[in-house]
Design a protein around this ligand. Structure first.
Ligand code: MOS
Length: 724
């Protein structure tokens, strides 16, 4: 089963609307919350008058900082906001949550929200990233990796025969998951049940326990289906504690669903960046120095700090590397993690700089990358557990037809279109944490694999089913999955591209444990055909227990003795290897066509060859990479959340003003996986793929734009005005 293309086991439920997402939750006596948000970018709220709203039809309550629902300070960095909502009258950014209206219907709550009168003592917000760059402050200590005898990165650069240096800028991005954030909270006595969007139900339990001041054992969080996460469903944003606290105060369940516009300010975004990359090399292309100075914005409410240059410590062999980290504090919506945080941003600068170095050297950009392939981590010298990036380059170049590329930029024309081919390297950290999974074998012949986890649309549910099916030797149709429920054994939250690498080995361990438990049960249970047998003589094969000429399926065995199920829970360990470095790898190739009169850039095709260890589901994995490539296209060509410098307001907070690629923008994708299990990480050998595909994708496109036109656009997104 492992590595086959398998349809999602919940696919039919999703496309027919039968899968209940958080906002689909219906509870008797449900009420509806609507968030009120600030209309100034900085200052204090001097007064809020809820009288007209309270008099409106169906309104049950209006919560503001002046009658706030009590929330205790946050104690955990969840890459969300560092202050709970409504606990003071400070305005930290435009679009900040300043109230919650609760009514009998959503429409009544929304209409009443427009009636709340708010008075501000407004101050000018710090809202321009560009203006703030000269005053940028430390975003963490710089990192220097220097060869013996080299005093500084600048000395290494001064001694380099060839250098290139340029500044690259990237735009703020919003995650824009298809499913907006939603939370439903219901109390039964002191027991709280929460249906909420999340990348990990355990994150919700811990946050609500501390901020509501109740015991974690009283909180049940449920979220089996998630309509995309991309990082901003990791943390718990304002609607989560407010909805739970309002439901407690009102004695009725509350549902709060964000509007699309609110998702642009309430739930975080990827910060913009300005990065100066200076590369030094010898004439044969060997890197001698990498200096990567990164500056990004940091919302004043953010825990998260984007460190753009980290990619330069983890990609190419260079004896000297410097990464600098600065941030510009802004009265912007909260900055947070977004798919391949830091790496998606940093790789744009590093991979464009590599292309510029190739031009300066007169070298093929793919050959330059091969020339600097690192077999050990440049950051710490640890050898990579398994790395086949060279093969990604070779296979990708062959599939894409790289050898037919004319090295001269602007030399390939097809009618009115200038044709360019670009390449870039992708890499992303790999890891394996501890996880627990339970497997139950039932009298009806089915198996159920259970763990908290989260399926953000990645296909994690189907990964559980495939590994259950594979290990138990029964068809995938006979494997059920329970995921996204805090009462289940504690599996990995979905983040850092580590769900399958962490949870997969736990599923395999639980399968082994339940087989052993089934045999123990069979020999110790009166009425079992194997009762009294030596367990060493009984073996499990394909859903059946066999001893000598006796052979009984587990379903028949359990039915025969009248026991509904046997179960086992197993925990797989965190990766304890301190010797090796772990990373996934990929090579991007893309063809971009730029219209010679309008400047319109179109991605014509992309090839991505991936070295990520074992692939569990070839079909969903391909979708993961394609989705990331499309997000990379968005980053390269379209996405740009505009913060008005004077007001701090997001000017294009909807999908008409903030553009993401649509089907008409997306070309043919050629995704190929190499098959090199990373057996140092686990017996399963799976690393991770969720974020890898976006790393370097924007650079590959920018490099292709340069090859098509001879124009080096270092400012994302590459819109047609920049090409005219
Ligand atoms: Mo992801 S940005 O690891 O949630």
């Amino acid at each position: 089963m492992i590595g086959q293309p398998v349809n999602r086991i919940d696919g039919r439920l999703k496309v027919t609307g039968a899968a209940a997402y958080a906002a689909d939750t219906h509870i008797d006596r449900l009420t509806y919350g609507y968030l009120l948000t600030s209309t100034v970018g900085k200052g204090t709220i001097t007064a809020m008058d809820p009288a007209a709203a309270l008099a409106a039809p169906g309104v049950l309550a209006v919560y503001t900082p002046f009658n706030a629902l009590k929330l205790l300070p946050y104690t955990q960095n969840q890459n969300d906001e560092n202050v709970p909502p409504l606990q003071d009258n400070q305005i930290r950014y435009h679009g900040q949550v300043i109230g919650l209206v609760v009514a009998e219907t959503f429409e009544q709550a929304r209409d009443a929200a427009t009636l709340v009168r708010v008075s501000y003592d407004a101050q000018p917000p710090a809202a321009s990233f560009t203006a703030g760059i000269p005053g940028a402050v430390s975003g963490g200590a710089p990192t220097d990796v220097l060869a013996p005898g080299v005093a500084s990165i600048d000395d290494a650069l001064a001694a380099s025969p060839v250098t290139v240096s340029a500044t690259y800028t990237t735009a703020p991005q919003n995650h824009n998951a298809l499913e907006p954030h939603a939370t439903v909270a219901a109390w039964t006595g002191d027991q709280l049940t929460v249906h909420t969007v999340t990348q990990g139900v355990l994150l919700v339990v811990s946050r609500l326990a501390t901020t509501l001041g109740i015991d974690a054992s009283k909180i049940h969080v449920i979220n089996p289906y998630v309509g995309g996460g991309f990082g901003n469903k990791w943390g718990n944003w304002a609607q989560v504690p407010l909805t739970a606290a309002a439901a407690r105060a009102l004695g009725r369940p509350v549902k709060t669903v964000l509007t699309r516009e609110q998702t642009f300010t309430v739930v975080g975004h990827r910060p913009p960046s300005s990065q100066t990359v200076t590369l030094g090399a010898s004439p044969d292309g060997a890197l001698t120095a990498i200096k990567h100075e990164g500056i990004s914005s940091k919302g004043v409410t953010a825990y998260y700090t984007e460190s753009t240059g980290g990619i330069s410590l983890n990609t190419y062999a260079s004896p000297n590397i410097h990464v600098g980290r600065k941030v510009v504090p802004l009265n912007s919506p909260t900055t947070t993690i977004m798919r391949a945080p830091s790496e998606a941003t940093g790789s744009f600068a590093l991979e464009c700089a590599m292309d510029e170095l190739a031009m300066a050297l007169g070298m093929d950009p793919l050959e330059l990358r091969r020339r600097n392939n690192a077999t050990a981590s440049p950051a710490n010298g640890k050898p990579y557990s398994s790395k086949h990036l060279d093969e990604c380059y070779t296979v990708g170049a062959q599939r894409f037809g790289w050898s037919r590329r004319n090295p001269t930029p602007g030399a390939t024309v097809d009618g009115d279109w200038l044709v360019g081919l670009g390449t870039a390297t992708a890499s992303f950290n790999a890891s394996k944490a501890a996880a627990s999974i339970r497997v139950r074998l039932a009298a009806d012949g089915t198996a159920t694999v259970s763990g908290t986890g989260a399926d953000l649309g990645t296909g994690q549910t189907t990964v559980f089913a495939i590994l259950g099916s594979d290990g138990l030797g029964i068809p995938v149709e006979r494997v059920r999955v329970e995921i996204g429920d805090s009462t289940l054994p504690h599996a990995a939250n979905a983040g850092g591209s580590s769900s399958t690498s962490t949870n997969g080995p736990a599923v395999q361990a639980a399968v082994d444990a339940v087989k052993a438990e089934l045999i123990r049960f069979a020999v110790q249970t009166a009425g079992s055909p194997f009762f009294g047998a030596d367990p060493a003589t009984v073996r499990y094969d394909g859903g059946t227990l066999i001893a000598g000429d006796r052979s009984v399926s587990f379903g028949d065995l359990l039915t025969g003795v009248g026991v509904p199920m046997v179960e086992a829970t197993a925990t797989s360990a965190k990766n304890g290897d301190t010797v090796h470095a772990y990373r996934s790898w990929a090579a991007h190739f893309c063809e971009v066509r730029v219209h010679r009169f309008t400047g319109e850039p179109r991605v014509a095709r992309m090839t991505c060859v991936v070295d990520a260890g074992t692939i569990v589901n070839a079909k969903a994995a391909r979708s993961q990479i394609i989705g990331a490539l499309i997000m990379g296209m968005g980053q390269a060509l379209l996405e740009d959340a505009r913060l008005e410098p004077d007001t701090g307001r997001v000017a294009n907070a909807d999908l008409a003003g903030y553009l993401v690629p649509v089907n008409a923008d997306t070309p043919a994708f050629d995704v190929q996986f190499l098959d090199h299990p990373d057996t140092l990480l686990s017996a399963l050998g799976a690393r991770g793929i969720g974020e890898l595909g976006i790393v370097g994708a924007a650079a590959a496109i920018a490099n292709a734009v340069h090859h098509a036109t001879g124009r080096r656009i270092r400012d994302l997104p590459i819109t047609l005005d920049k090409l005219l």
